[in-house]
Structure formats: C-alpha cells, structure tokens
Design a protein around this ligand. Structure first.
Ligand code: COA
Length: 254
C-alpha cells in the first residue's frame, strides 16, 4: 500500500481520501489501483452505504501524476487508471465528492461520475488535457457536452482555462460552494441522510439516472485509445518536460 489513499468505514460511510498533499494529491498508478480496489470491495460490502471522496492539504487532486504517467503509461483497459474509472463510473451506491481545493484533470472529471459534489470557495478547476497534448478522459468529452452544451464544453476542453468554485456551481458541476470549515460536516450530514435511506431504492434510482452507462463506458474506451496514441507524441514529451522544468512549453516546431 502506498499510504497515499486512505480509507475509513464509519456508520455506513466509506471515506476515501487522496493523501499526497506535498504533490497536490497527483494520482499515481498505485493510487489508482488502491482506489479501484476500494470501490470494487465497497460494491458488495453491506457495511458501505455511501462513499465520500476527498483530498488532503490544499488539494482535492492535481490529476494524473505526470512523472509516473510517463514512466508507467496506461497501455490497456486493465491499467489501474482505467480500472478506477470503470469502477467509479459503474459504482451502484451514492458517491459524494468533498472538493477541498485544487481539482485539475481527473480531479475535475471525476466529479462527472460522483452523484453529489461540494467545494470550498478557494477550489480551482481545470481540464488541461490539450495543454499537455492529450485528449479528454473519463467520458468528459461526452458528459461535459451533454451537461453544459457543446459551446461551453468546447471552451473548457480547448481553451482549458482554470475556473473557480462559483463558476463550477453555475455549470452544475458541483451542487454548492460551502465554507471550508464546514465542508466536512456538510458532506458527512448528506452522507448520513443517504446512508439511512432504503439502499435498494437508492441503487435503483442511481441506475435510472445513469442509464447511459454503456455509452459512458464506450466513450471512456474510445478516449483511452486516442489518449494512448497521444502518449507517443513529441508534443506530449515537450509539455511534460516543460512542466517539470517549470517553463512554458514550445509547440512551434510541431
Ligand atoms: N504530476 C506530478 N507532480 C505534480 C502534479 C502532477 N499532476 N501536480 C503537482 N505536482 C507536484 C509539483 O511538481 C510540485 O512538486 P515539487 O514540490 O517536487 O516541485 C508539487 O506537486 C507542488 O506543485 P506546485 O506546482 O509547486 O504547486 P502550485 O500550487 O504552484 O500549483 C497546480 C498547483 C496543481 C496548479 C500545478 O502543480 C499544476 O498545474 N500541476 C499539473 C496539473 C496537471 O496538468 N494535471 C493534469 C494531468 S493529466
């Protein structure tokens, strides 16, 4: 175990915390594997009625760990990142995201697969895939356009600018912006309410709301195929080298 994903089950609520604050909770292969295993186990564990996902320090998650990502690129559907995506996208019980800060890349797209999301006023969101010479993942190319309209989805995925918590709430990406010192209490309260509801009826309600599961799984797969091709590109090497050299990338030669 990496120690970078911490789980706890109390009163029917599984809390899964990304615990790598010094790296803004950037997600490594090991973290994806641990999170995927936790979701799979929670699926059939009657002690888990609701899942809360959150981060640590000033971040929810800064997305894929770019260094790990270059060393261990996901090559097939069995890669931990895809196991995590499919486990969450098809997870039958309610999931609440407590966005305690920075939410970049998959830190933002994960919210499209949570049933509820609450964020602190200082949370910052971004979908920087194109800046990294990548393409959208986690069915965000489908779900953002569906939820926000193509115009807004295009802006978020092609201009890839940061946006704040109020903007995320206005998009419907999160339910509400809540004071930082109340985030945990508010999320725990929602989780307790959900944990007390009839579990089969909740699961059936979620299944109806997510009846497009096959389309979502198909889009995760299509995006993954193109994402995999992009991983071989010189553009990507330049983007990631520039990130670690703390300089702006130069795409003029491509
Ligand atoms: N992968 C690997 N390391 C990351 C990371 C990532 N996605 N995001 C942050 N880190 C590391 C930084 O390299 C830095 O490490 P160091 O202290 O050893 O130099 C540390 O986390 C702190 O990050 P820093 O950039 O100094 O913090 P910041 O507050 O100035 O900026 C972010 C925070 C999230 C805006 C910035 O780190 C960032 O843009 N990260 C990349 C996000 C990204 O592109 N994710 C999508 C991947 S598909």
């Amino acid at each position: 175990m990496s120690g970078h994903v911490v789980t706890d089950i109390t009163s029917g609520i599984l809390t899964l915390r990304f615990n790598r604050a010094d790296k803004k909770n950037a997600l490594t292969t090991a973290m994806y594997a641990e999170a995927a295993t936790a979701f799979k186990a929670a699926e059939t564990d009657n002690n888990v009625r609701v899942v809360v996902i959150t981060g640590s320090g000033d971040s929810f998650s800064a997305g894929n760990d770019l260094g790990d990502f270059m060393e261990n690129p996901p090559t097939d559907n069995d890669a931990p990142v895809f196991r995590f995506m499919h486990a969450l996208a098809s997870f039958p019980k309610p999931v609440i995201a407590a966005v305690n800060g920075i939410a970049v890349g998959i830190g933002t797209t994960v919210l499209l697969h949570c049933d509820f999301a609450y964020a602190v006023p200082t949370a910052k969101f971004q979908l920087p895939f194109v800046n990294l010479a990548l393409v959208p993942e986690f069915a965000s190319s489908l779900l953002l356009a569906r939820h926000l309209g193509t115009r807004k989805a295009t802006e978020l995925l092609m201009l890839a600018e940061k946006f704040d918590a109020e903007t995320a709430a206005s998009f419907g990406l999160i339910n509400a912006v809540v004071p930082a010192d109340q985030l945990e209490a508010i999320v725990q309260e929602k989780a307790k309410v959900l944990a007390a509801k009839p579990p089969a009826a909740l699961r059936a309600t979620k299944a109806l709301l997510k009846a497009d599961g096959n389309e979502v799984a198909g889009r995760i797969g299509l995006e993954a195929k193109i994402f995999g091709e992009r991983l071989q590109s010189g553009e990507l090497r330049e983007a990631i080298t520039a990130f670690f050299e703390k300089r702006a990338p130069d795409f003029s030669k491509f």
